[in-house]
Design a protein around this ligand. Sequence first.
Ligand code: UFG
Length: 333
Amino acid sequence: MPTYLLTGAAGFIGSHTCVALLEAGHEVVAIDNFANSHADVYERVEQITGRSVKHYDFDVRDRSQLAAVFGRHQIDGVIHFAGLKAVGESVERPWEYYEVNLGSTMTLISVMREQDCFNLVFSSSATVYGESKILPIPESAPLSASNPYGRSKLIIEDMLRDLSSSDNRWHIALLRYFNPVGAHPSGLIGEDPKGRPNNLFPVITQVIDGRLPELQIFGDDYDTPDGTGVRDYIHVCDLAGGHLAAVENLGGLGGAHAINLGSGNGHSVREVLEQFQAVLGRSLPHCYVARRPGDAASCYADASRAAELWSWRTTKTLQEMVEDSCRWGGFLK
Ligand code: UFG
């Protein structure tokens, strides 16, 4: 069975992808420095899968430790999740975003080249589409970035495209995630951001447990059916399945290819709030405030490329995303 190295393996998407790979019978070697995750995640992954996770606890930019991991294991491919991902923070501390996101990728690529490993799945983001005028958004849509986080993803995509054009041994999937949410149905792993959350689902779960007084809905005058922002929410287990499909089929991709991972459907903030209220059977405090600067009215994927390439498509509904988030939060049995 192939062995895959995951950087940022203890994070939200990394941990669910560990589960998907282990359940498919693959070997996983995990790296994380717990900058935005917790060490007990690995025990939980082991509890879900009944398999052990070999893990190493260091920053991917530590070149000698990274080379030592490659020396210890025969790595067939790498999934590179490690990185910083908060848009607002990236505006305040841009250099950290470039140091961590670009630095980790550059160290990783240079070690992979030395070790003759040319199979890579990279965590990109729909943020690279900026404010797209085309909906649903295909991979061919124009790319732009409006903050250092987005720019770091775009620069890395460009670097990887240049790399693969110069050397045809590379097989690279640039996975552009839309809005990952939900949690494993076991309630054992989920999203656990350190500090104040910015994203809709973690904000709502903090409103449910009283850590936040109310949900502030950013804008009710967008050009959308109910005036609130529309996004393509994707259950993290579906997203993990997308990584499994990508890494298992990298051989069929010569060069670097961008692939959207989304459901192709949009849901409004209002719909998400109503789904939480329906699942919990109670109303949640909320109010409408001004639009958040930089937010688009609507953003959802044209998800046809992943379906054509790998027969991959999402299976989970908004109700399942909300139920699993609530189970992870301890609000539902
Ligand atoms: N929203 C609120 N109130 C909140 C938080 C969010 O109304 O307290 C709204 C936003 O205005 C937006 C929707 O909920 O309409 C989703 O917002 P998120 O912050 O959860 O997600 P975004 O679509 O803004 O951002 C996500 C990722 C980014 C990525 C971006 C584009 O978090 O990393 O998609 O792909 F850059």
